[in-house]
Design a protein around this ligand. Structure first.
Ligand code: ADP
Ligand code: ZN
Length: 291
């Protein structure tokens, strides 16, 4: 009999990345579908997984989402600005097709879990993972559990202090100049008139960007004092920025807290582009073990 596999769904605002892997969290196959309507996108997702003999599925979804298992709307995407997906019963739709253990968490929690089990958070008792991409979000893990209460964290919307050379008003529809509004990819693009990937490394915008990311690191350090903070997402492909983040962080913290050496403390993902997929596979495996 062929080995039963684990399934992974990284549900993002622009694309759904679906994958299958084995117990060693090796990715065997991975595909991506555009995020359009639930009917269209989910038909492709379900079609992909029907080709495999699965034993559990892990979902990391854009949000906000309902993560409380005893809630009547558990497994739903809730108040997203993506109207077609508002109140969508994601886990319900999957359960209807696949009678399997299904783990459900935020996209950033899943990526955090990937780095925690086999990336730069491995061996730590706590780690925080930020994604700086189309949006900004973060997940925190303590001893293998996600830090959460009435809901999941929304650290991407923390208030940040404005850089003295930054006149941009911010792009978050809820708060204007929160971290996401000032530092996500679209904020860079609106400021500069072109995408981050098309800007030179010498552009002064990276000093501004690093200042905001350093504030996220500063606030996270003061609130959670984790063992490591990992910064992923498209914008962090600008690896040169990490040095600037370290410098700004040192200025902000001003010797008040003695953190681990910054080269080990404020880092990019070890799993490069895979923390989300590997995290979802690991969550699927854990869900199966606990079911
Ligand atoms: P998503 O957030 O949709 O999952 P990404 O993490 O790739 O996807 O984020 C996309 C955002 O990151 C876009 O705003 C894009 O301009 C920006 N981005 C992607 N690659 C780079 C890069 N190499 N340098 C700077 N910004 C980038
Ligand atoms: Zn905001």
């Amino acid at each position: 009999m062929t080995e039963k596999l684990l399934g992974s769904i990284e549900a993002g605002g622009t694309k759904f990345v679906c994958g299958v892997g084995n117990d060693e969290l090796k990715i065997i196959e991975r595909v991506s579908f555009p995020t359009t309507t639930p009917e269209e996108t989910m038909a492709l997702v379900i079609g992909f997984f029907k080709k495999y003999n699965l034993k559990a599925i892990g979902i990391g979804s854009f949000g906000p989402i309902d993560i409380h298992k005893d809630s009547p709307t558990y497994g739903h995407i809730t108040s997203t600005p993506k109207l077609a997906w508002q109140d969508y019963d994601f886990v319900g739709a999957m359960k209807k097709e696949f009678d399997l253990p299904i783990a459900f968490t935020t996209d950033v929690n899943a990526a955090a879990y990937g780095e925690y089990v086999s990336g730069n958070g491995k061996g730590s008792s706590s780690c925080v993972y930020y994604t700086i991409g189309t949006g900004v979000g973060a997940g925190a893990i303590q001893d293998g559990h996600f830090v959460e209460g009435f809901s999941h964290p929304e650290m991407g919307h923390m208030i940040v202090k404005r850089h003295s050379n930054d006149k941009f008003k911010g792009s978050c529809p809820f708060h204007s100049d929160c971290l996401e509004g000032m530092a996500a990819g679209p904020a860079i693009e609106k400021r500069a008139g072109k995408k981050g990937q098309d800007l030179s490394e010498e552009d002064l915008i990276w000093d501004i960007e690093a200042y905001y990311i350093a504030q996220a690191a500063y606030n996270t350090t003061l609130m959670l004092a984790p063992d490591v903070i990992i910064f992923g997402g498209g914008v962090m492909k600008q690896r040169h920025m990490l040095v600037k983040v370290h410098r700004e962080f040192e200025k902000l913290i001003n010797g008040y807290v003695k953190t681990p050496p910054l080269k080990d403390y404020l880092v990019t993902p070890k799993l490069e582009d895979d923390p989300g997929t590997i995290g979802c596979l690991a969550l699927a495996k854990k869900e199966l073990e606990n079911s």
